[in-house]
Design a protein around this ligand. Structure first.
Ligand code: GTP
Ligand code: MG
Length: 194
């Protein structure tokens, strides 16, 4: 897919603030600091569109980006980071759950893990929740550039076992490996959306 325009639309906490034009959406989710915003930027070929940070918990609202005026990328706040304020933590569950449960245009959820670490219980819960709700998902292990090819292979097979899945896409926001595979999935899901 050729990205001709990518712009930030809005940050939202409440469903009343979500875009209402019924376009297909791709949601990016995963633990805090795992690389969600970086993945969005690298897929789009933009640098600072989704704000990235080495401080976990940077993205605390649901951020909508309009791509080609045709569909949305949605950057969800990361879960599982202990040091975010309690109020934020309390808000996270209901906010993200509401988002995931109420969007008819959610054609694909991209669940992101860090290829250097074994997926957590929360990653598994998220995956199982999406599956049981009938939401299409794809699992991505990012920061693949930080591992040797042997390490990456071992890590992917371990992650497949933990998450009980056949396919995990290895990705790197540094060299964009995995981008073609992800774009193919995104394009197909958008094309199927009526
Ligand atoms: P929160 O919004 O805080 O939950 O974080 P996030 O999941 O959006 O992570 P973000 O994209 O901000 O990235 C966190 C850190 O990981 C940053 O320092 C990024 O530069 C780094 N990072 C992300 N993806 C990659 C990657 O593929 N390779 C390498 N080497 N670093 C990465
Ligand atoms: Mg972020």
């Amino acid at each position: 897919m050729k990205v001709t325009s990518a712009r930030f639309v809005k940050s939202a906490t409440n469903p009343e603030h979500y875009p209402r034009d019924n376009r297909p959406e791709i949601a990016f989710m995963g633990r805090s600091n795992v690389g969600k915003s970086s993945l969005i930027n690298s897929l789009l070929g933009t640098r600072g569109l989704a704000r990235t940070s080495s401080t976990p918990g940077r993205t605390q609202l649901i951020n909508f980006f309009s791509i080609n005026d045709a569909f949305y990328f949605v950057d969800l706040p990361g879960y599982g980071y202990a040091r975010v304020p309690r109020d934020v933590k309390k808000l996270w569950g209901p906010m993200v759950e509401k988002y995931l449960a109420t969007r008819p245009g959610l054609v694909l959820s991209i669940l992101i893990t860090d290829s250097r670490h074994e997926p957590t219980e929360l990653d598994l819960l998220m995956k199982e929740w999406l599956e049981s709700s009938g939401k299409p998902l794809i699992i991505v292990a990012t920061k693949a550039d930080k591992l040797s090819s042997n390490q990456l292979r071992a890590s992917l097979s371990r992650a497949s076992a933990v998450l009980n899945t056949k396919e995990i896409v290895a990705y790197s926001a540094v060299n964009r490996s995995g981008a073609a595979r992800l774009w193919k999935e995104i394009t197909n899901r958008i094309a199927d959306f009526k």
